[in-house]
Design a protein around this ligand. Structure first.
Ligand code: CS2
Length: 493
């Protein structure tokens, strides 16, 4: 932790930063709020806020970000005393470099004052509402990606539209108010790791709106743009040791600095009828259709990440780079990428996929990141379909083998039982954790466990449980994992 006598980062203390730390090269006082961002967590602060900081520095000050947390006050409490400023530490084996970001102004905590967030979202100068609310924030069923109308927040927001809890409730109420006032709508920019994230957001938003008012839903369908995006940057949770390192290296303490890697990528569909920042100046790629990029990233990066997380955790590896160094892991991931995922991807003409995959494995090996397997293991129920199961569906259709993908799925099944290979409890964080517990209680054999999980249609749909090839392949992997343990299974694969 920072010491009491340390000076904290703030607009007034900026001149005391160590030489070499980049700072906002623009007048923050002149910045207008053009973007409201829902879900102002570490990923947003390492990614979209950094690109936007560069646009502000290029002289276009219309695109300041107002951030909102939909749950906890942590980020606001950390950033407010710093005037919104925070440090981004970029780390790899060669060391760390630092940059102070100034694109975020105010941060609101939605549950404290939903009205204040709705006011911000109805301001005419706001042209974009962006989101990093994680998979579960979409209040949908992961297998079908359609609105879960029984979700408690959705039920609440339909009953109390003027005081919403969910991102979907805030978006629809803000659009309704803008429509009623004659203010043009905003563009909705999903930056979460979902396939066709713009289309998915449109589906849940218009469905929710239809449950309120058919005319409103039709208005949104016809007038609101939902460009899809592919976002990529690895951002491990910040630790107290990280805070100490930032204070030591930059000369100023930061209540919540962000740790990340040198790599960053953002591919966006260029559909912003009400204007957008010139993010291309900051390295963003604008395309007509992002699907192929998104599937490539979700299946190769996130599919491998989740596989490393479950099997790595079970084998006793604390971080992704530790897991990559474990016997058999790097080979498993490489073969999974080359033999099982690549043939199931749509083509990306002119794109060097081999270089992309090599770079991914290098990124996983980054020894300076300390990205915990436990962190990536969170919310598996929401991640499995787009990361592993959809690839398996393609392989099944082609009668092609998918043993490594199946081992990843089996790793999740074993992990989600909540007990590790030494009999110690696992802290399983997942909106469906209670259901895993209830379904798997007392089941000790692989076939019984498999049967218990396959009953969860919101994860597996109805097609996979009916596929004999799926049941056999995942069942075999699970039996091996339970018999030999993860380390030996991976080493011998
Ligand atoms: C990770 C992602 O935690 C996770 O589930 O797989 O956050 C991953 O680090 C990012 O998608 C990288 O862009």
């Amino acid at each position: 932790m920072a010491h009491a006598d340390q000076t904290y980062l703030s607009p007034a203390s900026l001149p005391r930063l160590a030489a070499g730390v980049a700072t906002p090269a623009y007048d923050r006082g002149a910045v207008e709020t053009g973007i409201v961002h829902l879900g102002i967590g570490a990923f947003h602060r390492a990614h979209q806020a950094v690109y936007t900081d560069s646009v502000l520095a290029s002289g276009d000050t219309r695109w300041g970000i107002l951030g909102a947390s939909l749950r906890s006050a942590d980020t606001r409490d950390a950033l407010q005393p710093q005037g919104g400023l925070y440090t981004v530490a970029v780390r790899d084996a060669g060391g760390s470099s630092y940059r102070v970001i100034g694109s975020i102004g105010e941060v609101l905590v939605a549950p404290e004052d939903p009205q204040a967030l709705l006011d911000a979202m109805t301001a005419p100068a706001v042209r974009i509402v962006s989101l990093t609310i994680t998979e579960k924030g979409y209040c949908y069923s992961p297998a079908s990606a359609s609105l879960d109308e029984n979700h408690p927040d959705i039920v609440h927001d339909l009953a109390h539209p003027a005081a919403p809890r969910s991102a979907i409730g805030f978006i629809v109420e803000a659009l309704a108010r803008r429509h009623a006032n004659g203010t043009a709508p905003f563009t909705l920019l999903s930056c979460d790791n979902l396939p066709a994230n713009g289309q998915t957001l449109k589906r849940v938003v218009t469905r929710f709106a239809a449950l309120r008012d058919a005319e409103l839903s039709a208005f949104i369908r016809e007038n609101v743009a939902f460009p899809s995006t592919m976002v990529d940057r690895i951002v491990p949770a910040t630790t107290d040791a990280d805070r100490d390192a930032v204070a030591r290296d930059t000369g100023l303490a930061d209540r919540w600095p962000i740790m990340t890697e040198p790599f960053s990528q953002w591919v966006v569909e260029d559909h912003f009828p009400f204007g957008r920042p010139a993010w291309e100046k900051a390295g963003v790629t604008f395309v007509a259709d992002v699907d192929a990029f998104e599937l490539m990233k979700l299946r190769l990066l996130n599919g491998s990440h989740s596989t490393l997380a479950y099997l790595g955790y079970l084998a006793g590896h604390e971080t992704v780079s530790d897991a990559m160094a474990g016997e058999g892991f790097a080979a498993l991931i490489e073969q999974m990428m080359d033999e099982e995922i690549t043939p199931a991807l749509p083509g990306l003409p002119g794109f060097d996929l081999d270089a992309y995959k090599r770079q991914l494995r290098e990124r996983f090996r980054n020894p300076a990141l300390r990205h915990r397997t436990w962190q990536i293991a969170m919310d598996g129920s929401q991640k499995l379909p787009q990361r592993l199961l959809n690839t398996i569906r393609v392989r099944l259709k082609e009668n092609a083998p998918f043993d490594r993908l199946a081992l990843g799925v089996a790793g999740w099944m074993r992990y989600a039982t909540g007990t590790d290979e030494q009999g110690n409890p696992i802290d399983v964080r997942d909106p469906l954790a209670g259901e895993f517990k209830a379904r798997t209680a007392g089941k000790t054999s692989a076939p019984a466990l498999l049967q218990a999980y396959l009953g969860m249609e919101q994860i597996f749909g109805s097609d996979l449980p009916e596929s004999a090839a799926f049941r056999d392949t995942v069942g075999k992997a699970l039996a091996k994992l339970m018999g030999e343990g993860a380390a030996r299974t991976v080493a011998g694969f």
